[in-house]
Design a binder for this molecule. Structure first.
Ligand code: ADP
Length: 380
């Protein structure tokens, strides 16, 4: 809270006591010590002074003629929690002071006041106040910075979404044009030309995949992704996808093992998105494995399905196991093409289905990526 009359570097103290003599002498000693001091003889007077200007510290007598010190204490802390209140009490009412500390008072001193004790408590109270106010200021700054980052992040996602969208059509046209020429529809081409055009086609496909990944990611990040849930026969979906990989698996001399539980049944999911997750995991398993096998396991219970793809590739160090699900995180980047977006998108899609995805891996022992999905999203 800011007060127009607040003076820089002056510590202001309010002394609240109904005994005019005690109030005055206590106040005078504090003034001599260099503090700005004001006094109040009743609870109401104290409250109106507090509303007029900021006091670093309030010495508050627990017994006042109009309202109780505890009530004044509550009003002070409700009004401005930065004010430090120290209760002043006779020995007879120490219990109420402890009560006050359990509420919002910082400490208490007993009457007759011992100035050494008072100065010590002021020192500690000011330090506590300084730290609390500094913390508040830092928290405010952090919140503002966070808000700014969030805005920038949203603008970045919009920008990525727009640019990717603009890329999509021209890329599709280039791909189609290359296909037309490659298939000889625009006249015969020689083997050398074919080779060059095929390299172009592979790279266009790579670019299209990247653009689609960026589009997906920006849609997920902006919450604009739509889920089209359907009943899916998961066994036939996995079988179909594995067929598409047969050539690549045999080209790399890998063995494909299938361990699919019979009667897997149906799952409610967005087919295209679920396909994307499975393709991502299969792609990675094949891409990062140079010898050995890729094993796909599908199992389920009444409540969930579980998909696993295990490979005999290089494995992943423990410190990267969580990180690889982050955007643009690539551990073996130098060796393989990729964007570092696949697993991040897979994680988001699985989460949109209220499922879980994780990896179990050790360097030299291959990797196993697993995801589970509730069978019926509507029940989870
Ligand atoms: P990309 O494959 O395009 O780099 P991903 O998000 O799919 O991006 O994967 C992130 C990183 O996780 C990869 O760069 C790779 O380092 C690691 N990774 C993913 N799958 C495997 C795997 N089966 N074996 C070893 N490392 C993997």
């Amino acid at each position: 809270m800011r007060f127009p009359g607040r003076r820089i570097n002056v510590i202001d103290i309010l002394v609240v006591d109904d005994d005019a003599g005690a109030r005055k002498s206590f106040g005078n000693i504090l003034k001599l010590k260099g503090y700005g001091v004001e006094t109040a003889g009743t609870g109401q007077e104290a409250i109106s002074k507090i509303k007029e200007k900021f006091f670093n510290i309030v010495f508050l007598d627990i017994r006042l003629p109009d309202i109780s010190g505890l009530e004044v204490l509550k009003t002070i802390s409700d009004f401005n929690e930065d004010i430090v209140t120290i209760m002043v009490t006779a020995y007879a009412s120490i219990d109420s002071s402890i009560d006050a500390i359990n509420k919002d008072a910082y400490s208490y001193i007993t009457k007759p006041v011992n100035m050494d004790q008072v100065l010590q408590v002021i020192g500690k109270a000011l330090e506590k106040q300084r730290l609390a106010m500094e913390n508040k200021r830092l928290l405010k700054e952090l919140k503002e910075a966070n808000e700014k980052l969030r805005e920038m992040d949203a603008r970045k996602s919009d920008f990525v979404a727009n640019v990717s969208h603009e890329f999509k059509n021209p890329l599709a046209v280039i791909k189609q044009s290359l296909t037309i020429v490659l298939e000889g529809m625009a006249g015969e081409i020689n083997p050398k030309q074919k080779e060059i055009l095929e390299a172009g086609q592979r790279n266009i496909e790579r670019l299209i995949r990247l653009v689609m990944d960026l589009l997906d990611l920006s849609k997920i990040e902006s919450g604009k992704i739509e889920m089209k849930r359907d009943k899916i026969d998961i066994t036939s979906l996995v079988d179909q996808l594995l067929k598409d990989y047969e050539n690549e698996i045999s080209r790399k001399n890998l063995v494909l093992n299938k361990d699919i539980q019979p009667d897997m049944g149906m799952v409610w999911a967005d087919k295209d998105k679920l396909t994307e997750v499975i393709i991502n995991l299969l792609n990675n398993a094949i891409k990062y494995t140079n010898k050995g096998s890729v094993t796909v396991k599908l199992s389920g219970t009444e409540d969930e399905i579980r998909f696993e793809v295990a490979d005999t590739g290089p494995g992943i160090k423990k410190e990267y196991l969580e990180k690889i699900f982050d955007k643009f995180e690539r551990i073996l980047a130098e060796r393989q093409e990729g964007t570092g977006l696949g697993l991040s998108i897979a994680k988001d899609i699985v989460r949109l289905h209220k499922g879980n995805i994780w990896v179990e891996s050790e360097p030299g022992k291959g990797s196993k990526f697993i995801f589970t999905l509730p069978r019926d999203l509507r029940r989870s």
